[in-house]
Design a binder for this molecule. Structure first.
Ligand SMILES: Nc1ncnc2c1ncn2[C@@H]1O[C@H](COP(=O)(O)OP(=O)(O)OP(=O)(O)O)[C@@H](O)[C@H]1O
Ligand SMILES: [Mg+2]
Length: 269
C-alpha cells in the first residue's frame, strides 16, 4: 500500500532519518519500534504527509505521494486517521464534539447521522455515556480512547498511531493495544503503529520495523525480531542498559564538553 524509498529527513543539518526503505502492507499492522530519538515520529509524519522529506520517495499504490495534485492529496488525507503521541484533543470541546468535529468538517452528513456514527465509535472504544466529559476530566487512557474514536470516525483506510500506550498503566495500555488490534481486524484497515512498548508492539504486529539512529536495523515478523542475532536488536528488545546502543548520542566526549574544548558543537537556544 505504501512504499518509501531512500527516505531521509534532516533538521538543521542533523539527520533524523537516513535512507529508509519501508513497505507498509495493505490491511496489515506495521509496527515501527525504536528508542527515543530514533526517528519513529519523523517517519510517521512523513508517510502521513504532515511533513516533507529532505530526500527519497513515497508511493501510495502507484501514486507519487510527494508530487500529486493538491486535490488528490486532500482526498488521500481524508482516508487517513491519526492518533497523535499526546492525544491532541481539542480542550474546549467535550468528548462527543471531539469525535464529531472531523465529521462536521469533512462530510456533508446531517446531525442525526453524525450522532449515530459518534455513538457507534464511542461504543467501540468503551466510552459511550461519557460524551459530556471535557478533556480535562479524562484520564490518560480515556483521552487515548477518545483520540482513537476520533481517528476512526471517518472509517479511514489507514490509521497511524504514535505511541498509543505511552504514559498509561499496564492495564490501560493493554486495553488500548487490544482495541487497536480488534479494530484493525474488524474494520480491515491498514495500521501503522509507532511504539517503544516492545511487548505491545510485538503482540499486534504483522510486520515490525526497528529503527536506530534514523536507519532500519531489523525488520520482519515479531518472531524474526525476537530471535534476531543482532546485538542492537537484542538490547532493545530486552531493555538492557548496556550494549551497542549508547544512552547518550553526543559526538563530543563528556570531558571535552565540560572543558569547552574547540570543535564542540553547541546548539544556540
Ligand atoms: N521539528 C523538529 N526540529 C528539529 N529536530 C527534530 C524535529 N523533530 C524531530 N527532531 C529530531 O529528530 C530526531 C528524531 O526525532 P523523533 O521525534 O522522530 O524521534 P522518536 O523516535 O519519535 O522519539 P520518541 O520515542 O522520544 O518519541 C531527534 O533527534 C529529534 O531531536
Ligand atoms: Mg516520537
Amino acid at each position: 500500500m505504501i512504499r518509501c524509498k531512500a527516505l531521509s529527513k534532516t533538521y538543521a543539518g542533523i539527520p533524523a532519518l537516513n535512507g529508509v526503505d519501508l513497505h507498509v502492507r495493505a490491511h496489515k499492522t506495521t509496527v515501527i519500534m525504536g528508542g527515543s530519538g530514533s526517528g519513529k515520529t519523523t517517519l510517521l509524519r512523513l508517510i502521513a504527509g504532515l511533513e516533507k522529506p529532505s530526500g527519497g520517495e513515497i508511493y501510495y499504490g502507484d501514486e507519487d505521494f510527494l508530487h500529486m495534485p493538491h486535490r488528490r492529496l486532500y482526498e488521500l488525507r481524508q482516508s487517513m486517521g491519526m492518533v497523535f503521541q499526546y492525544s491532541a484533543l481539542l480542550n474546549s470541546l467535550n468528548v462527543y464534539d471531539n469525535v464529531a468535529f472531523t465529521l462536521h468538517e469533512h462530510s456533508d452528513l446531517d446531525s442525526d447521522i453524525i450522532h449515530t456514527i459518534v455513538t457507534m465509535k464511542l461504543e467501540q472504544v468503551g466510552l459511550r455515556g461519557m460524551e459530556h466529559l471535557m478533556p480535562s476530566e479524562l484520564s490518560g487512557g480515556m483521552a487515548k480512547r477518545v483520540a482513537l474514536a476520533r481517528a476512526i470516525a471517518m472509517d479511514p483506510g489507514i490509521v497511524f498511531f504514535d505511541e498509543p500506550t505511552s504514559g498509561l498503566d499496564p492495564i490501560s495500555a493493554g486495553v488500548i493495544t487490544s482495541l487497536i488490534h480488534d479494530l484493525s481486524i474488524k474494520s480491515h484497515h491498514t495500521s501503522v503503529v509507532v511504539t517503544h512498548d516492545v511487548e505491545a508492539g510485538l503482540s499486534i504486529a504483522d510486520y515490525v520495523v526497528l529503527l536506530w539512529q534514523g536507519e532500519i536495523i531489523a525488520e520482519g515478523s515479531a518472531d524474526d525480531i525476537r530471535h534476531s542475532d543482532d546485538a542492537r536488536v537484542n538490547q532493545f528488545i530486552e531493555g538492557k542498559p548496556d550494549g551497542p546502543i549508547p544512552f547518550s548520542r553526543s559526538s563530543v566526549t563528556y570531558i571535552d564538553d565540560l572543558l569547552h574544548k574547540p570543535g564542540t558543537v553547541r546548539m544556540e537556544p
